[in-house]
Design a protein around this ligand. Structure first.
Ligand code: IPD
Length: 297
């Protein structure tokens, strides 16, 4: 077995085990014993005991199996640990991506385990226990749903639609947890540009007209997985974190998709720590050029 195979096996079984814990913990919501906390008094940035417990489980398993590897986790960072990405093998983990969904029982919740080597994502496992969907990839070996279905999905009927311009795209985006008026105002303006008839492009432009639709799932990782599957065309978010996207980046790339930082093609390659991500599914690179124009602020 190559070392990447070993790492992916480890990440996959750990994600499945943690998914089961998350599923069982979700039942406690109904017995009102689940404790929900706001991070820094922010009602749109939640953490539960399950987030902390699952992250600690993942961290301790990594330390005992790969003591020389480094670790970056959402809750460990929130607790004050410094987040430093080096060339060393580094596990980047979100114990529950979609914590607000988890609190409400909205079934887009995932444990995300990614590994970088030389700052590049090489292994990723994302498991949504509510929908029983497991996404995995290692560099050079393709991406898979539930271990044996190759990604992107090929729908026999109807055939996958390849948009010929932006107005034919289905876009996934997120409002994020920073709800300060300036930040949310810019995001809402971008979403307005996407959905309004004229947007910020004039009618002689081939992109005039609104996009097919804009969706928001409450989990950045699962939003990117919709692009990976080919069920959405574009994912865009400014403000999510490296633990939301590291596993997703390698799965997306292995499924033929592309991810850049921020708003356009000139910002390639993606900066994992940059908190600005634009992903497009396998297919025409022209989308990316036009995305920049649509999202420009
Ligand atoms: C959040 C989710 C959300 C996104 C935020 C993330 P969390 O992660 O992915 O969809 O908009 O930016 O921080 O807090 O649920 O792990």
């Amino acid at each position: 077995m190559t070392s990447l195979e070993v790492y992916l096996d480890f990440a996959t079984s750990l994600a499945q085990e943690c998914g089961q814990i998350i599923l069982e913990a979700s039942i406690t919501r109904y017995s009102k014993t689940k404790k929900v906390y706001e991070k820094h008094g922010n009602s749109s940035d939640l953490v539960t005991e399950t987030d902390k417990m699952v992250e600690e489980l993942i961290r301790s398993r990594i330390i005992s199996k790969f003591p020389e590897h480094r670790f970056i986790g959402e809750e460990t960072t929130a607790a004050g640990h410094q987040c430093e990405l080096t060339n060393d093998p580094t596990w980047i983990v979100d114990p529950i991506d979609g914590t607000t969904n988890f609190v409400h029982g909205f079934p887009f919740v995932a444990v995300c385990i990614g590994l970088t080597i030389n700052k590049e994502p090489v292994v990723g496992a994302i498991f949504n226990p509510f929908l029983n969907q497991l996404f995995t990839a290692r560099k050079g070996n393709g991406a898979y749903l539930n271990l044996n279905t190759k990604l992107p999905l090929s729908h026999p009927n109807p055939p996958p639609i390849l948009p010929s311009n932006l107005s034919q795209c289905l876009i996934v985006t997120e409002y994020g947890s920073d709800r300060s008026p300036m930040v949310i105002g810019k995001k809402v303006q971008s979403i307005h540009n996407m959905v309004s008839k004229s947007g910020n492009v004039n009618s002689s432009n081939k992109n005039a007209g609104s996009v097919h639709g804009v969706r928001s799932l409450g989990s950045a990782a699962l939003g990117i997985m919709e692009v990976v599957k080919g069920e959405a065309d574009i994912f865009w978010e400014i403000g999510c974190w490296e633990w939301d996207v590291t596993a997703a980046i390698i799965i997306l790339r292995e499924a033929g998709g592309l991810i850049v930082s921020g708003n356009g093609p000139n910002e390639e390659p993606v900066d994992i720590l940059g908190r600005k991500y634009l992903a497009v599914r396998a297919g025409s690179p022209f989308w990316l050029e036009n995305c920049g124009m649509l999202l420009k602020r």
